[in-house]
Write a protein that binds this ligand. Structure first.
Ligand code: OAD
Length: 258
């Protein structure tokens, strides 16, 4: 059963010209990938980011950091996209214009059929050299690293011999410039009239500026999150449900039997 807020979201979807979807870790929660800040299960509740997610941490103990990210990559490779990832891919095929911006470093959007999402915080699947920044080709198989935190020496760059680092954005680093420019441009210049913020605590900047930029452009902003965030006060519509529940309902109601 849909409530009034969901009906409003469906109307907005049907009328939209350019939909921008902005996702965070919550969208992958039902695929079994832990979020960062949820109590008990969040990564930053269980691991110290200062030991694992900064350039200094990698300089200090590259094997600890590389092993942890390989463990996370393994978990993603063993997971499957859920109905929220699929719902977003379905929306993309229905609306005149669509942009997907994710903070996630997994590849579940792509595997659900979303074409080239903008990865604001990088990806577990695009490592590069810590010294010369050249990209590094990963071996195809699922890494056989069974436990989080187990040390693993990073591979060496075939060009300069430097250590390979995970292709994610660490604390203290800037967002990839092209990704940030594309995201801001989608919201500010390319006529976004409907903006979804899904499964993010909206606490990490500059990414968390995007919903506010959309509001300034007078877009309808729909938040999907079972918990409260700072967006609850400003979003046009708040849907307090799990993304994997609500997104298929919205798609089915907006475009029945397609
Ligand atoms: P957080 O862990 O901060 O927030 C996840 C959000 O998802 C929370 O607000 C949850 O309430 C919500 N959530 C949980 N289950 C959900 C579900 N089934 N459906 C919908 N929402 C659900 O994760 P992010 O906001 O993505 O940065 O974190 C932002 C950045 O902080 C990450 O990209 C990462 C981290 O440090 C980098 O790696 C640079």
């Amino acid at each position: 059963m849909m409530d009034t807020s969901e009906h409003h979201a469906v109307e907005a979807l049907r009328a939209a010209r350019h939909v921008v979807v902005f996702t965070g870790a919550g969208i992958s929660a039902e695929s079994g990938i832990p979020t960062y800040r949820d109590a008990l299960t969040g990564l930053w509740e269980n691991f110290d980011f200062a030991e694992l997610a900064t350039p200094d941490a990698f300089r200090r103990d590259p094997a600890l950091v590389w092993g942890w990210y390989e463990w996370r990559r393994m978990n993603v490779m063993r997971a499957e996209p859920n109905t929220a990832h699929q719902g977003i891919a379905a929306i993309a095929s229905k609306v005149p214009r669509f942009t997907l911006i994710t903070q996630n470093v997994d590849n579940l959007h792509e595997r659900a059929g979303s074409n080239q999402p903008i990865h604001l915080h990088g990806s577990l699947f695009s490592p590069r050299c810590f010294a010369c920044a050249r990209p590094h080709e990963l071996s195809c198989g699922i890494p056989d690293e069974p436990q989080g935190g187990r040390r693993l020496e990073p591979p060496r760059c075939q060009h300069c011999g430097g250590r390979i680092r995970p292709g994610v954005v660490w604390f203290g680093e800037s967002l990839p410039k092209a990704a940030w420019t594309a995201a801001m441009s989608a919201v500010e210049k390319e006529g976004c009239d409907l903006f979804f913020s899904i499964g993010t605590s909206a606490m990490v900047y500059p990414a968390a500026e995007l919903p506010f930029a959309a509001l300034r452009r007078r877009a309808t902003v729909v938040q999907i999150n079972p918990d409260l965030t700072q967006l609850d006060e400003v979003a046009t519509i708040n849907l307090h449900s799990a993304a994997a529940d609500v997104l298929p309902r919205l798609v089915e109601a907006a475009w029945p039997n397609t």
